[in-house]
Design a protein around this ligand. Structure first.
Ligand code: NAD
Ligand code: MG
Length: 334
């Protein structure tokens, strides 16, 4: 494994489709990513077989989409590339099922590095182990492809037994449309650790805590829950859309001077050094495997804390207020 954090970007012209033309790809799982990879590869002329356990509710969907469906084990038997696209928590047990079907030179292909990076799947040295991870939910990976557009993605090589792992992974990325938009080279370690940190500290965890604490601060000070909801949750979308389009600068340019001065002068007071230290601790728990161990144990114990945390979030007052307000106002409908 390499520790180098590289920034190579690959496009269509860097990928050679003939690398997977004569190969069979087994797509294991037909959920968000699985259906998009399978259909895009199929449309790109690649031989695809979908692997799903007997009785899986996804079976009828894959069959209705005109794909060949069999068990994970049988799909892996036929395949040169096995793309593991079941939920991360079930990948180790699915891997145990397909392992006897893998031959030297076969490729294990992932869309996220968790199980490889934290040693939950330990593939034989005779396999190529690669990652093509679209930076988007599967329905967009599919929709973009159908519209002739691409979805940005990440490429990482964990094991290159064949000497050809990167070329093949790039061809796979082309087959699902990622090289149309650009594929950034990374490592399993970097993808896994930045993904977990981002979702914990900023995207999913950080932002929801910021929203709830802002909401509670206003409501505790006697302001109406409706106003607190608008100010601390609803308007967040407008701000994020501007940052997405043109970075922080476009957002600052679009708000009033009062908002800009207030935000610039107060932002670091709210999200201060203490928050930064908490972020560093969060990152350390990702890097040293503490979080991964906790999550694996949580799943083995049937998710007791997860269920409690989920329920507490559902029970937060902001959720009830939001439901009322969203029913009153017809925003956000496409
Ligand atoms: P998903 O939850 O949408 O996949 C569900 C699929 O897995 C279904 O076809 C189901 O039949 C199958 N499945 C569910 N439980 C199973 C079990 N116990 N045994 C066998 N099969 C089972 O998963 P996803 O979100 O597409 O994630 C797949 C991979 O892609 C993961 O590694 C994930 O981290 C990665 N990824 C997801 C996204 C995303 O936006 N969803 C983005 C990038 C990468
Ligand atoms: Mg095989």
């Amino acid at each position: 494994m390499t520790d180098e954090f590289t920034t190579n970007v690959y496009y269509d012209e860097d990928a050679d489709s003939t690398e997977i033309e004569d190969k069979t790809v087994a797509v294991i799982g037909y959920g968000s990513q699985g259906h998009a990879h399978a259909l895009n590869l199929d449309d790109s002329g690649v031989d695809v077989v979908v692997g799903l356990y007997e009785g899986s509710s996804s079976r009828s969907a894959a069959e209705a989409d005109g794909l060949e469906v069999t068990t994970p084990r049988a799909a892996a038997e036929d395949a040169d590339i096995v793309s593991i696209l079941v939920p991360d928590t079930v990948q180790p047990s699915v891997y145990e099922q397909i392992r006897p079907a893998l031959e030297p030179g076969d490729t294990l292909q992932f869309a996220h590095g968790f199980n490889i990076h934290y040693g939950q799947i330990e593939p034989s040295e005779e396999f190529d182990v690669t990652m093509i991870a679209p930076k988007s939910p599967g329905h967009l990976v599919r929709r973009n492809y159908e519209n002739g557009e691409g979805t940005p993605g990440l490429l990482a090589i964990y094991q290159d037994a064949s000497g050809n792992a990167k070329e093949e992974a790039l061809a796979y990325a082309k087959g699902i449309g990622c090289t149309r938009a650009g594929v950034v080279e990374t490592s399993f370690r970097e993808e896994t650790e930045t993904d977990l940190f981002g979702e914990q500290a900023v995207l999913c965890g950080g932002v929801t805590s910021l929203v709830k604490q802002g909401y509670e601060t206003l409501v505790d000070a006697g302001y109406s829950p409706e106003m607190a909801y608008f100010e601390c949750l609803n308007e967040l979308k407008l701000i994020v859309d501007l940052m997405y389009e043109g970075g922080l600068g476009e957002m600052w340019d679009s708000v009033s001077d009062t908002a800009e001065y207030g935000g610039l002068s107060r932002g670091d007071m709210v999200v201060d050094e203490g928050v930064r230290e908490n972020m560093e601790e969060t990152l350390e728990a990702v890097q040293d495997g503490t979080f991964a161990r906790e999550w694996i144990n949580e799943n083995q114990a049937n998710r007791p804390s997860y269920k409690q945390l989920r329920q507490a979030e559902k029970d937060h007052e902001i959720e009830a207020i939001g439901e009322e307000l969203r029913a009153l106002f017809a925003w956000g409908e496409e």
